[in-house]
Design a protein around this ligand. Sequence first.
Ligand SMILES: *Cc1c(COP(=O)(O)O)cnc(C)c1O
Length: 375
Amino acid sequence: MFPIQMVDLKRQYLKIKTEVDEAIADVVQNTSFINGKAVTDFSVQLGQFLEIEHVVPCANGTDALQIAMMALGLEPGDEVITPSFTYIATTEVMALLRLNPVFVDVDPKTFCIDPSKIREAITTRTKAIVPVHLYGQSAPMEEIMAIAKEFGLFVIEDNAQAIGATIRFSDGTVHTTGTIGDIGCTSFFPSKNLGCFGDGGAIVTRDASLANKMRMIANHGQSKRYYHDVVGCNSRLDSIQAAVLNIKLKHLHQYNEARSQAAAFYSKAFASNPNITTPCIAEGNTHVFHQYTMILKDHNRDELVEQLANVGIPAMIYYPVPAHRQNMFSFLNLPAVDLPVTDWLTQRVISLPIHTELDQEQLDFIIDHVNSFTK
Ligand SMILES: *Cc1c(COP(=O)(O)O)cnc(C)c1O
């Protein structure tokens, strides 16, 4: 059996090696390392994939979020509603920009922000909502967009974990995550569903003027070379990374399909295990399973992680400390924040290996051990 990893990038690479190696060699031959043709091609291709007009490539998903918040003109002291149960990048950039994250609890089934709790978190200083499509499925965007419209708030989607996922609204229309709010942000970190060979990210929008602003901010705030109109940053997607992404984007549907098949196999095998709650796919959603994260009921989680490690099965806790309990945010005086579902989940979630290369032998091995260790 192949060794089991949380994500197996090597075997995925070997399947597309010829194409990828050629694409990289091409960039090297042309020495078009910055803003080369591969970057322009990728912007066009990603726009087609997501069916959205404007794509601004950037250096990573964290920058994508920061640039989006800068472009919307958010100012120090503005409040941004967001979940605490997410990767730190979502809220870290708010702190960097001196915005105040207002943490809202999540739905215990979907792990995404609970729309019924957003309304009570809105104040006169609230400017935006940043939902996170956690682990690969859409946050409840129909409700979120309705609230945003009612209160005149911006919506920035953190789509780092869900590229290619969709959500069906009550009128039957199907929407792709990242293209629903004002701005969608994504990451091409190697382990993401669409990952490059280093860091990479992109910002998407339907608004041409926002796209121009974001392009400017990502490029030192310049409108014309050496003329800097606004404070920006240096955030570019390298041509080599774009070349890799051009190849991998062609396989993304198939990659997402492989992940969701592995997930379905896990969920079927754990369905009768009373100590496991398998991940829920919300009605109308497609789930691209960036992570396969389940809830462990009455079982010691550390012990399970250790037992699995002993037989060569990695398992991870995403995330052991929610944002509102990070020392980083001590300046916000947050102890009053009460997020019972977030705290409850933080103590009980566990993620199993999920990637495009999991084979039947590996899946059976993982399932047998998880079931026997938790019964
Ligand atoms: C990975 C990730 C990011 C940040 O992306 P980087 O490319 O690593 O900067 C932001 N938000 C979420 C939810 C992520 O999973």
